[in-house]
Design a protein around this ligand. Sequence first.
Ligand code: 9MG
Length: 262
Amino acid sequence: MGILNVTPDSFSDGGQFFDTQAAISRGEELARQGAEIIDIGGESTRPGATPVTAKEELRRVIPVLEALRARVKVPISVDTMKPEVARASLEAGASMINDVGANRSSPEMWELAAKHGAGYVCMHMQGTPATMQANPVYEDVVREVAEFFFERLKQLNGCGLGREQTILDPGIGFGKTLEHNLDLLRGLAGFAELERPLLVGVSRKSFLSRVSRSGADSRLAASLACACLAVERGAQIIRAHDVAETLQALRMTEALLARDGK
Ligand code: 9MG
């Protein structure tokens, strides 16, 4: 899954792709590099990011989505926490909603995904992007995330969202300390019993710098190390900025695991 941020305050590209035309070109490039899904996001979810209105998010996302729909063959996902944005995106041809706010209690987003037969990424987060890194606490992060998935799958099913539409994501960096992130990556295989595809997003995240002692602009090698481990532990979708490099690393990992073609 290639990341296409259309935000002026994106932590990873500094707003480089905020301009609509540039975003469209970048989306085409991600597809050329081998992304099998393009994930468009119009609101930054980095810790402490300023929320945007639905109107502004729609202004950023919809023109890029519409243009890319006509230019790339791969499915397009929209990264949004707002049902209003999800609705317009699904009507404009998005195939999937990447919902980092799946910890909410209202069912509107789930009903929308169900109605459109769309893919739905159910990501775990403790808190909200504004507060999540203040003091995340778990007794056992892997067990608690698994319990969240288990309960959510029941609720999603109750909203008409089939298991086959749902992808689970432990939400690396979303209300997690460095140790929680490492525990989740090590423990990914424990989510296999839920029998849903697993998505993992580690690309360029700040915790990588703390372990690898790399600067904010040189987290690629650390991102790849985590992506390879995630695939080895059962992840099927890796959300990444650096698609060409990630694919190289994952092809090598698959060959080593003798799981070619998976
Ligand atoms: C939007 N976004 C940023 N990081 C992410 C992650 O790890 N997973 C998903 N699903 N979305 C993310």
